[in-house]
Design a protein around this ligand. Sequence first.
Ligand code: RFL
Ligand code: PHB
Length: 390
Amino acid sequence: MRTQVGIVGAGPAGLLLSHLLHLNGIESVVLETRARDQIESTIRAGVLEQGTMDLLTESGVGDRMKAEGALHHGFELAFDGKRRRIDLKDLTGHAITVYAQHEVIKDLVAARVAAGGSVVFGVSDVSIHGIETTSPSLHYVHDGQPHVLDCDFIIGCDGSQGVSRTAIPQSLRRDYERVFPFGWFGILVEGGPTAEELIYARNDRGFALVSTRSPNVQRMYFQCDPKDSVDAWSDDRIWAEMHARVDSADGQQVVDGRIFQKNIVGMRSFVSATMQHGRLFLAGDAAHIVPPTGAKGLNLAVSDVRILKNALGEYYKTGKGELLAAYSETALKRIWRAEHFSYWMTRLMHRLDDASPFEQQLQLAELEHVTTSRTAAKSMAENYVGSVVV
Ligand code: RFL
Ligand code: PHB
């Protein structure tokens, strides 16, 4: 089999790239280890930046997001027994949409299928060959049979546990990493919303986040030990913790509901550079991870794909490879901005066990500052909506 662009991984990065290339008349094949129903039901991120919303809309896959997603013009910071609002719209002119990542995945898979695109689910033993030549190939097994896919380019969109990153020789790559000593306990709740907007809460007991999925389904998280077990947390214990961390002194309370899913995720910051070698290019979590506090993971995957789509578009239109040659350098500017913001927001909002009482007071002083100084609030808001210029 032969295609122009071989894509490893059908996450948001791989599927969106395949869709955008198709709109530019460029053929691709996406190889995915999991089944379609698995990728369409894995619960992950929820916040789409304005730029992500715009790209989905412009490329014709934004209808359901517009109809079913919730447009938010701000969010709230809860600390010291009170809640203060960050008015994203007023500070930046932009908004965000809360729309689950697996819904974006469903929309993208539907668009690829409708266009006759090739997404091969349930593959195994994917390996990458010949990236230092002009005819690289992907080897894989499907339905028990070995296959070879010859391509012009290979794009590794296979997430943090994929095989693409390690196809770039270690001697050319540098990994930068910070593992946080805490995780997020995530719950899905059947019940009404607590507030109209997201609440990020800083509390001496630890961080908590109140997000949403629909008028009847809410998404909440609280800081926990990454090695903790979901079984150690009864529903009553979870609600007691959420109330202790989020409720305000003036009586505003988290709205309880029926918990129907629980999971724990670890938190880390990670960048692998370079993101390209020969005919192989990495995009999304395959090359970088952010802690979810800044809601950047999915949006960064989308911004990598936007850059790649333009670079591949230029190559196939003019034969020029300048944008492709500059891909890693171009993408890393935005990635490091988001890494810094996510790290900063994580340290601002979480209970840091290594922090002295002095540093805890600094955390509160900084929260007072970002919620009272328009200049500080604007910087936070620009980073959050993704409008900051890099
Ligand atoms: P994805 O979404 O991980 O997709 C990669 C796809 O590649 C497949 N794959 C392979 N396919 C073929 N061959 C192989 N050898 C393969 N190895 C893997 C995988 O099955 C998968 O389908 O990466 P992508 O497209 O770069 O998208 C990035 C986003 O998914 C990610 O940044 C965010 O979801 C991060 N993230 C969160 N971000 C937030 O902003 N808020 C959150 O609440 C949030 N929760 C999460 C998350 C990431 C998680 N991970 C990575 C485990 C929760 C989890 C559990
Ligand atoms: C979510 O709704 O899953 C969500 C929202 C904001 C974040 C992270 C996750 O910062």
